[in-house]
Ligand binder design. Sequence first.
Ligand code: ZN
Length: 349
Amino acid sequence: MIIIAATNRPDVLDPALLRPGRFDRQVVIPNPDVKGREKILKVHIRNVPVARDVDLGVIARGTPGFSGADLANLVNEAALLAARRNKRVVTQTEFEDAKDKVMMGAERRSMAMSEDEKKLTAYHEAGHAVVALHEPQSDPIHKATIVPRGRALGMVMRLPDGDRLSLKRDKLHADLAVAMGGRVAEEVIFGDDKVTTGAQSDIEQATRMARAMVTRFGMSDDLGPIAYAENQEEVFLGHSVSRTQNISEATAQKIDSEIHRIIDECYSRARQILTDHAEDLNTLARGLLEYETLTGDEIIALLKGIPPVRTPYEEPATPPRDAGTSVPVAGKPRPSGPGPIITPEPQPR
Ligand code: ZN
């Protein structure tokens, strides 16, 4: 007889269940890696008409940590967006927008943002981007935007080349400098008194990363390659029952000062980059104010003086593979009237 069972909380199982002779094999199923995600996406788009510009590899790279169900949801969202936009096929734009929506929450274009707030957000995001461009170990920029989404007023998204299984110390330092870039840009441009609470999540994220470097990754020369367990909580059946203090007061102080030192260093790196490249910061912030969203390639071109070209979406002149099937969505007729021109007639002059 074969018994198969699944759990997502192996940590709280009764040890009696795990004794030899009970369950002989334990198979760990992690979320899919980048190749797996691409294949899963391929399965889910089988019944969705997609445009030729859709690059599943890019979508897979931009969705680390997504499960199969998350990816199915993403494809569904993209199809719904395409239907809402009266498109015949789902393009890369819908996949990008669906990904952002799933990861960050819906766009809040209607949110009232004053001109000052918009300007500050543009400089904040441009700060992240300019530091990322000048930190060689940083992942390349995928896009930057000042369209509010979820709880964020804007964001700079970077895209790793593959799933990162381990992180090098210089990459972590680069990421910390990029995280500081937003706040530093606010200071450099608007002055210390004008900085906002917008950097809250950047600061939390940076602090968490620096703490892990010191206490878990052994990346502090002062404290050495030792795991300093935080005050641990024992978990039993989902409840925390006891806390253990594993480090002395003196060590705790040392850890705090090391975290402080790492953050300070990365802050200085960001400040140096943004002072040296103040012109880039200005150009990019103005670009974000004008175009709201810029891709990584557009940012690089813009800094060389080439403004992005924006063309409104055009239906392809030739009908796609299965003409006539629009993106399936219930109860939403395609609008009549001046629709897309499938075979262009010669225009009388
Ligand atoms: Zn930020």
